[in-house]
Design a protein around this ligand. Structure first.
Ligand code: SF4
Length: 445
């Protein structure tokens, strides 16, 4: 294997549960059905059962490709994948660290990503010419990204550009397609992640009178609050994909400094300030992800990216107690690992109080579409030289999340897209790596 991120410290012990929800057999592409049939026929989902089965496919591929193979998974992946990817020499990280890992691993020519599609596409945008990027399941899309597709966002950007000219710039959260990232690049703007949104937004407002932040309204509100943009200088754009014309809104938009696209993450929208109060009443520390609402972030004790949340808990003293407001698989993995250090972890919405919404373990369902049969299948098919083309990720691809069909750009269009999307990502990297220490490590408070 090539360069790796620091280990998460996750350990696989006999008897621990490796299970995530099994997918129905007809959800698998034809090329993956035989792997899925074998997996679904296993008697349980314990390491003693799953690991020997996976080893049959993954170990030959790891040995065949050697240093030219780089496995990656996002922290939100279902329990087994984050445990297994590291077991086979791969890396787990947040979207920012994974995006950089590919291009900084020049020996890797085959990069296999277990995460949602925009994360694999971000790796592909920064990839070197000899590097191929593959996703274990192309149907794994991010619902927030789906709320800001090119055909909805482009007409709005055109109108804003026409009205404000050079005094308008786009900041695109990492949870966007390459096509939206390219729009940010073309506008002179940048991409951002949950760990650096405030830093990038602060940069953007200093260079332009008006900023469009796309797609996550909540991250945009939290970043604005952090850098002191007054709420009366923020405008939420109407509808998601329905506002073809801004003609009725110019008076409101003209007064705003920050324009927010109206998308959000359903997984992080369940949290309420009452959940924070519930855990505070019991003496627990509350840490949340900035895709949560502004009210929740203000009530919490700390806020930051997945890397921050993981590090804050794993670095705490034995006996500490944390309620964590983010994706359920992540919290489950963190709970297991923290327990080894005598640290208690609960999901923020795992409450037991009449009238208070209980959503224990709300996970990212689309991320979980990358399961062990997909990991085994894609690696085995790559080794055999017969990987399905729809698992190959090229910048600018538009994927149908129901069928996995891909609409690809031609080479010239793709080269142009990569140029602009890379410009946006490089600006983020420059801002972050030259940025203030309090904002570059994922910590908000
Ligand atoms: S948790 Fe939410 S924002 Fe993250 S990948 Fe899943 S749907 Fe997208």
């Amino acid at each position: 294997m090539s360069v790796c991120l620091p280990s998460s410290g996750i350990t696989i012990r006999p008897g621990i549960d490796l299970c995530q929800s099994d997918l129905p057999l007809d959800w698998y592409q034809p090329e993956f059905r035989s792997y899925a049939e074998e997996y679904l026929a296993l008697p349980d989902r314990k390491p003693e059962t799953v690991l020997p089965w996976l080893d049959r496919y993954v170990k030959p591929a790891v040995s065949h490709f050697g240093d030219s193979l780089l496995l990656m998974a996002h922290y939100y992946m279902g329990g087994e994948i984050v445990k297994l990817v590291e077991r086979y020499g791969g890396s787990i990280g947040d979207s920012y660290s994974l995006a950089l890992l590919g291009e900084r691993s020049p020996r890797a020519s085959i990069i296999v990503q277990s995460a949602v599609h925009f994360m694999a596409e971000a790796v592909a945008i920064l990839a070197q010419p000899h590097q191929e990027v593959w996703i274990t399941n192309p149907k794994a899309g991010c619902t927030m990204e789906m709320m800001a597709k090119e055909d909805a966002v482009a007409p709005i950007i055109d109108q804003l550009s026409e009205r404000y000219g050079d005094e308008f710039v786009v900041v695109a959260y990492m949870n966007t397609s390459g096509r939206i990232k390219a729009m940010a690049g073309r506008s002179g703007g940048a991409t951002c992640t949950s760990s650096n949104a405030a830093l990038v937004l602060d940069w953007a407002r200093k260079r332009s009178e008006r900023v469009l932040f796309v797609p996550d309204r909540r991250l945009g509100e939290n970043a604005a609050d952090r850098i002191g943009i007054s709420p009366d200088r923020v405008a939420i754009l109407p509808g998601i994909g329905q506002a073809e014309s801004l003609a009725d809104d110019w008076r409101r938009i003209d007064r705003a400094e920050l324009l927010l696209w109206g998308a959000y993450c359903g997984v992080h929208s369940v949290f309420r300030p009452e959940h924070v109060r519930y855990w505070h009443d019991r003496g627990w520390t509350v840490l949340v992800h900035p895709e949560s609402s502004l009210e929740v972030v203000r009530a919490a004790d700390g806020c930051g990216s997945t890397s921050y949340l993981w590090g804050a808990v794993m670095g705490a003293e034995p006996g500490s107690r944390f309620a964590i407001g983010t994706e359920g698989h992540f919290v489950r993995n963190l709970r297991e690992q923290a327990a080894l250090h005598e640290i208690r972890v609960e999901h923020l919405a795992a409450v037991d109080e009449p009238g208070l919404l209980r959503v224990a373990g709300c996970g990212c369902a689309t991320m979980s579409r990358n399961d062990p049969p997909h990991l085994a299948g894609v690696l085995d098919l790559l080794r055999r030289g017969t990987p399905p083309d729809i698992n190959r990720v090229l910048p600018g691809d538009v994927v149908n999340e129901s069928t996995a069909a891909r609409d690809r750009l031609d080479t010239e269009e793709r080269t142009e897209l990569v140029r602009h999307a890379r410009a946006a990502m490089r600006r983020m990297i420059e801002i972050v790596e030259g940025g203030s220490p309090c904002s570059s490590d994922g910590v908000w408070q």
